[in-house]
Design a protein around this ligand. Structure first.
Ligand code: PBG
Ligand code: ZN
Length: 338
């Protein structure tokens, strides 16, 4: 039965609507905890991990206290500490040693994924941020043709290639952050065609062009060398665009949606959830976390209390889950495990 439903996807490049696989988010205890709607627990906080291919690039991240760039060798030790601290959700950011124009090679991160996956069992989920900007020469989230115009087919192919490699290595979910048109459909089709029909997609669906991504771009080596991201990320004034972008991600088969930056998108979480029927998370981005840390460093706020306050505000706004650089502090801040 399942074969018959899935088989058209393997024989056609037509955008066939995939069967709605509600089971993806029921598959492990950790994923079920992720979408639970009552209470507010550490299982609903997602911890970013930056994994750098070049061990010489490992070390503290300016602006993000408590976070570091990890080499594949040191990632396991950090992962172990985080599991012991009760972290259940991780999002991995691969940072290759060299940047290229195309033909990106994710081998280093796939090894790390496989290692962490073996250790995690059902205790944790590994989400993979899927974008091109840390791999690409020019730091953009899309590829360009010889005339310098966006090359959408090549972009979607490159994203699909990375997603397939991540899934084959053991990623629990794919999180496309690039904001290019059609990416969710392309990734869903590619994943289903390769037998990864139970790998969910957490789409960065309402991602605004923002000044608040600064510390991240240093850590991920992803700042654009020319121009900015306004041709693919959403204008802060464009509420309709943010809703439409999220509805399209849902229609293309996304399992989870996200707003970003979190605190400046509070007005959108509930409307997106209502319009799509999907769980909508919030990304407390690097600049938001860094702002709280700077306030605290200057003596204007208590870091732990400010962090908790910001999480509760996101929760109040309807966030089903929160990506935050402070996820590993959850238990210490008094959150229940699940
Ligand atoms: C890459 C990506 C970015 C973030 C997540 N994935 C940066 C960007 O779009 O420039 C931002 C995260 C943060 O600031 O914490 N596409
Ligand atoms: Zn990107």
């Amino acid at each position: 039965m399942l074969d018959r439903v899935v088989s058209p996807l393997t024989t056609s490049r037509e955008p066939v609507a995939p069967p709605r696989r509600l089971q993806r988010l029921r598959r492990t205890a950790s994923l079920r905890d992720l979408v639970a709607e009552t209470g507010f627990t550490q299982s609903q906080l997602i911890q970013p991990l930056f994994i750098v291919e070049d061990p010489a690039g490992a070390g503290a991240i300016p602006g993000l206290p408590g976070n570091a760039r990890l080499s594949p060798g040191t990632a396991s030790a950090q992962f172990e500490r985080d599991l012991e601290a009760g972290v259940q959700q991780f999002i991995l950011f691969p940072v290759p040693a060299r940047k290229h124009a195309h033909d990106f090679d994710p081998a280093f991160i796939c090894e790390a994924i496989a290692t962490l996956r073996r250790r995690a069992g059902e205790d944790a989920s590994l989400w993979l941020d899927t974008c091109l900007c840390s791999y690409s020469h020019d730091g953009h989230c899309c590829l360009h043709d010889a005339r310098g115009e966006q090359d959408l087919p090549a972009t979607l192919d490159a994203l699909a290639g990375l997603a397939l490699a991540y899934a084959a290595a053991g990623a629990d979910g794919i999180a496309p952050s690039d904001m290019n048109d059609g990416r969710v459909a392309a990734l869903r089709l590619a994943l289903d065609s390769a037998g990864h029909d139970l790998v969910p997609i957490m789409s960065y669906s309402a991602k605004f062009a923002s000044q608040l991504y600064g510390p991240f771009r240093g850590a991920a080596n992803s700042a654009p060398t020319h121009g900015d991201r306004r041709r693919y990320q959403i204008d802060v004034r464009a509420r309709r665009d943010a809703l439409a972008s999220s509805q399209r991600c849902a229609a293309e088969g996304a399992d989870l949606l996200m707003v970003k930056p979190g605190m400046s998108s509070l007005d959108l979480i509930q409307p997106i959830a209502t319009a799509t029927g999907l769980a909508v998370g919030a990304y407390q981005v690097s600049g938001e976390y860094a702002a709280l840390a700077l306030l605290a460093r200057e003596g204007f706020a208590d870091f732990d209390l400010a962090l908790l306050e910001s999480w509760h505000a996101l929760r109040r706004g309807g966030a089903a889950f929160i990506i935050t650089y402070g996820a590993r502090l959850g238990r210490a801040l008094g959150l229940a495990a699940r």
